[in-house]
Write a protein that binds this ligand. Structure first.
Ligand code: GLU
Length: 322
């Protein structure tokens, strides 16, 4: 098994927004926590724009994302990695998996997969039943004999995989039972999030991944891919999501919690920063800058349960204008 970064090495975290919709208060909290985790120990922060999903990404939102992060007082080291600008690292990783016999070509359509498998309980993703596993030895053979475009799937063994999270401890995920063999390149040629994130976390030297707890099950897939590609595992910190009073996670389409909207209403970013800090167990003044929270920051103080953003708290934030 490959190694984790030694605890003594400087922390490197990443901010990895996907420009699929407007960033909201939940993103603000996760990004601030990631940034504080690195900056409070003199570590580095890198920025990555995760824009490989051509169907869902809106290029015009990238600028809005960057302005939101700057508004919160966040900075980063070096130029951002924009995934769509150079896909050769993902191509190489796929070629490596294929050459090692750890991945195979798959010509199944989404509709075929949906017809064959019920979604896993609590997960909107379909489980891939392994239809194309072992059928072809090369992508060309898959294309010519099926007459279709071929994608690539990473083969996942049966059985549970333990994933250690620094906030929550260990949890077992059975990736094969939950989602089956993992898609790493789609039939339209787009590289999948699971592959790209593993390649980029490795090439950007990420030691600590701080992100929303909805991605904890993805960490199991990422751990298997890291092992197959010989990459180190980062430490994972899955921070609880922000939910509304009905228990629903905040949605990117909800205008009243969008950072761009709060900015436009001249809300003081220091009130948002203070809310994110206080709700994460960090000492904070009622209004403070991101930098001011660093001195006494400890990610382990973050509560382990979802944070409810009440209507009253939201109204208070929206009223905290400059
Ligand atoms: N780009 C993903 C998102 O915005 C985050 C992925 C990750 O942190 O691994 O939800």
């Amino acid at each position: 098994m490959s190694e984790r970064a030694p605890p003594s090495s400087p922390v490197v975290t990443r901010l990895a927004p996907s420009p699929t919709g407007l960033l909201h208060l939940g993103h603000a909290r996760s990004f601030l926590l990631a940034w504080w985790h690195a900056r409070s120990s003199g570590g580095r922060v890198v920025l990555r724009i995760e824009d490989l999903d051509r169907e869902r990404c809106k290029p015009e939102l990238v600028d809005t994302c960057l302005r939101d992060l700057e508004w919160l007082g966040l900075d980063w080291d070096g130029p951002p990695v924009v995934q769509s600008r150079d896909t050769s690292p993902y191509e190489r990783a796929c070629a490596e998996l294929l050459a090692a016999g750890l991945a195979y070509s798959c010509v199944c359509t989404r509709a075929e997969i949906a017809a064959l498998s019920a979604p896993h309980a609590g997960d909107s993703e379909q489980r891939y039943p392994g239809t194309c596993r072992g059928k072809w030895t090369t992508l060309e053979a898959a294309r010519s004999s099926s007459g279709r475009a071929a994608g690539i799937r990473f083969e996942v063994a049966n059985g549970p995989q333990l994933v250690r999270d620094e906030l929550h401890g260990e949890r077992a995920f059975d990736v094969q039972r939950e989602v089956g063999d993992v898609l790493v390149q789609r039939r339209d040629g787009a590289f999948a999030y699971q592959l790209a994130v593993v390649v980029d976390d490795s090439r950007q030297g990420i030691t600590d991944v701080v992100r929303g707890s909805d991605l904890w099950s993805s960490a199991a897939r990422q751990l298997l891919l890291q092992r197959a590609l010989g990459f180190a595992h980062p430490r994972w910190w899955h921070v609880p999501l922000v939910v509304d009073e009905g228990g629903e996670r905040l949605a990117k389409r909800r205008g009243d919690v969008a950072l761009a909207e709060l900015r436009a209403q001249r809300v003081d970013a220091r009130a948002v920063v203070a809310w994110a800090a206080a709700s994460s167990g960090q000492p904070a003044e009622p209004r403070c800058t991101a930098r001011e929270v660093c001195a006494r920051f400890d990610l382990r103080a973050c509560p382990r349960t979802a944070l409810v953003l009440s209507a009253a708290t939201l109204a208070g934030l929206r009223a905290a204008t400059q």
